[in-house]
Write a protein that binds this ligand. Sequence first.
Ligand SMILES: [Zn+2]
Length: 282
Amino acid sequence: MWRQLVLLAILFALLVGCSFNQSGETSERLHRREDISRGHVVHQGDDEGEPQEVGDTEGEGRTQSNVVDNVTLQKLYPNVLALHGPGDENVIALTFDDGPDPTYTLPLLDLLKKEGVKATFFVLGSRVHDHPELLRQVAARGHSIGNHTYTHKKLVELDEQELAEEIELAEKVISDVIGRKPRMLRAPHGFLNEEVMDSLHERNVSVIGWSIDSLDWQEPPVEELVENVMGQASPGGIVLHHDGAGNLSTMLEAVEQEIQQLKAEGYSFVTVPELLDIPGMN
Ligand SMILES: [Zn+2]
């Protein structure tokens, strides 16, 4: 009898414990759903990088609830959003985001000069503010320059006023340094939706995505990084690299090998405005 009572008590305790866990989980899920409906960031992966000096970087929150995928958006905004070039010529465009950076930008510029390659740099206004001489070097060496916002905030989370600030502050600091205003913009993380696209369209900027993601910010081994690019390379492709997203220990060596392999496959290198036949700057 006592033994049965004890067993019943244990069973009861287990049941109460389980239902408590379930309700705990449920409220957590509801909380997450509320966050999504308010447009907050919901991290679904565990690939969050170290906090950075400005905004966030590619290592953080690559998944986002209120974005529309770029391929869908490109069909809706064919004259505003480009993910690759025409593909009728054996050309490819290298792009570098999140600089200018005191560690990586100058060595990269030297490498591009040695290889005779012109590239496109999507720069952060806050970093241009901190390193104006580096942006002057990028421009002086004939590379193309686009806007990557002021502090790398996710555009899909901003109201109209905040969006205007992120874009216009970056435009201003870039044009203060090089005397011209960029006409190309790349959204941080590539996060876009119709609302953001409509307001970028009104600003008369070309929104530039990519067709080949190197994932260099994850610091894969050199050979893996090169394979990420070579495996996706195609005529008219736009390659996403970074020259300022935290640690990029394998990026420079990989870019060198990548350029040599692409040349061996008959590719030549163009800037994004050359690839798409659009104005890069005002
Ligand atoms: Zn970025």
